[in-house]
Ligand binder design. Structure first.
Ligand SMILES: [Zn+2]
Length: 170
């Protein structure tokens, strides 16, 4: 079957980012032992990513690029914020190794929305955190292969996610 809305899709891919000269640098690989499995049309992945896969069948290969505006948007300087160090304390102390630059820390904003921040810099009082998506402002390039396509079950559609191997277990 072809990939369309409500397909459960399994992919392997290599993700690279392209610099201004079109030079690729490798970001991550989803190989056959850890394929990416998602519910097409309800994945939360960039729309353009899904569009490039529309209609492909098992065994098809793909190679496409997404500009930052088709992916995770432009890099936003306002998403770089300084946060008082004591916010990170757990029982009055900052856990060892938590505030290393480069670390990702799950946080919530004042409305309770979950967001992932990356530690950029730390001084005596403050921690500079970057809440941009790590791929914001980047042109992404995907090379990959469709491992399998199947119809989602009623239960998967009701839950909005994939069950079974590489999916949710509950
Ligand atoms: Zn479920």
């Amino acid at each position: 079957m072809k990939i369309s809305n409500n397909s459960v899709v399994s992919l392997t891919y290599d993700l690279s980012v392209l610099d201004e000269n079109g030079e690729k640098s490798h970001v991550e690989t989803a190989g056959s032992d850890n394929p990416m499995v998602f519910l097409y049309g309800a994945s939360g992945l960039p729309d353009k990513f899904e569009e490039h896969l529309n209609g492909l069948e098992e065994g098809a290969t793909f190679s496409f690029s997404l500009e930052s505006e088709e992916g995770y948007g432009d890099y936003d300087e306002n998403a770089l914020v300084s946060i008082p160090k004591n916010v990170f304390e757990v029982d009055g102390a900052i856990p060892d190794g938590m505030l290393e630059p480069g670390n990702f820390i799950p946080m919530a904003d004042s409305e309770g929305n979950q967001m992932q921040g990356q530690v950029v810099d730390v001084n005596d009082q403050e921690v500079q955190m970057d809440f941009n998506h790590p791929l914001a402002g980047r042109t992404m390039h995907f090379d990959g292969k469709v491992v399998s396509v199947r119809e989602a079950t009623k239960e998967e559609l009701a839950h909005g996610h994939v069950h079974g191997e590489h999916g949710h277990h509950h």
